[in-house]
Design a protein around this ligand. Sequence first.
Ligand code: AMP
Ligand code: ZN
Length: 125
Amino acid sequence: MAQEPRRDDGGGPQDDCLFCKIVAGHIPATLVRESDTTVAFRDINPQAPTHILLIPRVHYPDAATLAAAEPAVAADLLRAAGEIAGEEKLESYRIVFNTGSGAGQTVFHAHAHLLGGRGMQWPPG
Ligand code: AMP
Ligand code: ZN
């Protein structure tokens, strides 16, 4: 396969990023859907009966940075989350963007958690 073009304007693949490796197909994942701009796959350590991660193909460290740089891709991510929630028959669900290690972010490639299929507490822990 052709080498990804190098992007110096942000968004280019990072060698040490787990989710860039999933986007590239170098690490396997249980894919739920793919588009030109996003990839969705099941979380390896699910916290609810449905726990799906949605990531942009481009690399940005968190959701707000993605939205500032490539708002159309951020919108694609949210639209896909809603469509998948429908496919998973979730009447209620939560979309979570952990941002910063203090909030539980462990992978610094923007991602949405789509969680559903059980009751949930508010506020979250
Ligand atoms: P966060 O803690 O918000 O950064 O979310 C990272 C998520 O990635 C966690 O819920 C992990 O369980 C999940 N995760 C880590 N490695 C993998 C993997 N190889 N495949 C699927 N999910 C993963
Ligand atoms: Zn990445």
